[in-house]
Design a protein around this ligand. Structure first.
Ligand SMILES: [Zn+2]
Length: 273
């Protein structure tokens, strides 16, 4: 699943390719892509692309006139950019043709066609965007807000980290990386964390994400990609492999549709009820 660092790299690489280009064609090839309440995407015609912006794992194409095409790629869609001469494939859901002979396309492979877009003047008019908590790389991602989330109710720390109202853009992979970094068990209940542990966790969120963005930037070299690049992760996806710190085999826990990987030795902490 695409998470914040993947989307940030897509944002950078799409912005550099499309900035100041005029939209000369819009083709919606899969109607299901259009979210409810959206303006017709044809309204993009004749508008000039300003840039791409991001909040959590949501992306938005912003035009110079101030329109925003909010794009939710999760969990299986991706963006393609290349010469308009290439025929659209059957997994192409939306084609945005630009005046330099290139297209930006949204590719949604079946059968789980869950990606959506909404065209609105203000991205805050799109409920999914408006409902997200502060972006973890923004200064609005404050200790006060995070502490409040840790103390609100009985939830495991992994649940808090993957809650889009608390830290949007974090899924299983980066939650596992953040928790490994601060040696906190994903099974801990958040209200059992000390203030020091809570603060370390809060700091590790932007830290881990920023490092991942750097690693991805190095690996993609300005190119778009079609699949998450995760080779630099230390925990997630490494079940039964030795922990990089202590060599204990990495444990896997599955619950609530989630896969969690952690080191049972480095990330102790009683999973108290
Ligand atoms: Zn370990």
């Amino acid at each position: 699943m695409l998470e914040l660092p993947d989307i940030e790299i897509l944002r950078e690489n799409l912005a550099s390719r499309t900035s100041e280009r005029m939209v000369r064609e819009v083709r919606l090839l899969w109607d299901g892509l259009l979210g409810s309440g959206s303006s017709p995407v044809s309204a993009l015609l004749g508008q000039r692309v300003h840039t791409f912006v991001r909040k959590g794992a949501l992306l938005a194409l912003a035009t110079e006139r101030g329109a925003h095409l909010v794009i939710d790629l999760a969990p299986w869609a991706w963006m393609w950019h290349g010469a308009s001469a290439h025929a659209a494939t059957r997994t192409t859901a939306l084609v945005i043709g630009l005046d330099d002979g290139n297209d930006t396309r949204i590719i949604v492979p079946g059968p789980r066609r869950t990606a959506q877009v909404w065209l609105a003047d203000d991205p805050m008019d799109v409920p999914l965007w408006a409902g997200l908590g502060p972006d973890p790389l923004d200064e609005e991602f404050t200790w006060e807000a995070f502490r409040k989330a840790l103390r609100a109710g009985r939830r495991r720390v992994k649940e808090i980290l993957t809650d889009p109202r608390v830290a949007p853009g974090i899924g299983d992979a980066y939650a596992d990386e953040v928790l490994y970094r601060v040696a906190i068990s994903p099974l801990r209940y958040s209200h059992t964390l000390t203030a020091d542990e809570g603060q370390a966790l809060w700091r590790a969120v932007p830290d881990t994400l920023s490092r991942a963005i750097e690693a991805l930037r190095e690996r993609t070299q300005g190119e778009l990609f079609e699949k998450e690049i995760r080779d630099f992760l230390q925990m997630h996806g490494k079940a039964a492999m030795p922990c990089p710190r202590c060599s204990t085999p990495i444990a896997e826990v599955r619950y609530d549709d989630r896969v969690t990987h952690y080191c049972p030795r480095c990330q102790r902490g009683t999973p108290r009820a």
